[in-house]
Ligand binder design. Structure first.
Ligand code: ADP
Ligand code: MG
Length: 285
């Protein structure tokens, strides 16, 4: 089968397929592989329906297959989780239709989508090591289906951070909802800071520091991966993105600030006193 897009895969999924995916998702909490006989008794589906649907899900790479105790066994894949998220965001009236992919990182895939008014929105699918699951599994000793729990936790963490930040008027995309491993947010039709030369660097730097300050003082969080790669600029307005790894560890505050101050010094010749800046973002100035 030729490789289909995530949007195409999702549109091919009917109620029965959805039911099976959801069952595999639920069962993943207790076992890595769900045997055919278990799936059959949990779903109550007839053999024919179940087999046709499993073949389809397998061909679409929404489930993986293995042999356990001499029997075929299944588990939900990264794409399977993405499809559950798409369907849930639809039910929640957040996402009408998924569009093209606009960004792919080590631990996420970012898509354009459309809301029920036809306006563009962004859907970010989290996936711990989705590019090389085996590698991550070995390195981080992610056991069994922990990747599902971790990716869901990351999506929720990012959504919660964006919600607090936006409520406090920080410069971040507006969060629109989340489901499973996906976060829906406002689409920023801009470019990453590192790709552009801004006309108002002092103002941009001040706004970045203002958002770090709101994060620290109002939301009690530190970005932790801040750099010119995680800042979008649109019409001389900026937005700080990519918040799932936030923490309260002060080590990251110093690192985030150093990254930003170094960038503005190197590219715009702006000198800053890091101790003063630290005091400012901690709300002491
Ligand atoms: N709200 C958004 N609006 C527009 N583009 C976005 C948005 N969020 C992410 N992107 C694009 O997707 C890329 C990756 O998103 P990001 O949140 O930084 O995830 P990661 O770097 O962990 O993969 C960004 O560099 C940006 O190009
Ligand atoms: Mg990023």
């Amino acid at each position: 089968m030729p490789s289909l897009t995530l949007a195409e895969k999702s549109s091919l999924i009917g109620p029965l397929d959805y039911k099976i995916l959801k069952t595999l998702y639920r069962e993943a909490e207790t076992h890595e592989w769900v045997r055919y006989s278990e799936l059959s008794s949990i779903t109550g589906l007839e053999d024919k329906e179940l087999q046709v649907s499993l073949l389809k899900l397998y061909n679409l790479r929404l489930v993986s297959k293995n042999r356990v105790l001499g029997e075929l066994a299944y588990r939900i894949s990264f794409s399977g989780l993405d499809v559950l998220a798409i369907k849930q965001l639809y039910v929640n009236n957040v996402l009408k239709k998924l569009g093209i992919i606009i960004g792919e990182g080590k631990e996420s895939s970012v898509y354009l989508g459309y809301n029920f008014n036809g306006e563009p929105i962004v859907i970010k699918f989290h996936g711990v090591g989705r590019r090389s699951y085996r590698h991550i599994k070995r390195k981080r000793s992610v056991s069994k289906n922990d990747w599902i729990g971790i990716t869901i936790e990351n999506a929720k963490k990012e959504y919660n951070a964006l919600t607090c930040l936006k409520n406090n008027f920080a410069n971040v995309p507006k969060p629109l909802g989340y489901a499973y491993n996906a976060v829906a947010m406002e689409y920023i039709d801009g470019v990453e800071l590192y790709k552009t030369k801004v006309d108002n660097p002092n103002q941009i730097l001040n706004e970045i520091l203002g958002t770090i300050r709101i994060a620290y003082t109002n939301c009690n969080l530190i970005h932790g991966d801040l750099s010119e790669y995680n800042i979008l600029v649109k019409d001389s307005q900026l937005f700080i993105i990519d918040w799932p790894q936030w923490s309260n560890d002060e080590i990251f505050l110093l690192r985030d600030l150093s990254n930003i101050l170094r960038y503005f010094k190197k590219n715009y010749g702006i000198e800053s006193d890091i101790d003063k800046v630290l005091e400012y973002v901690k709300g002491k100035l």
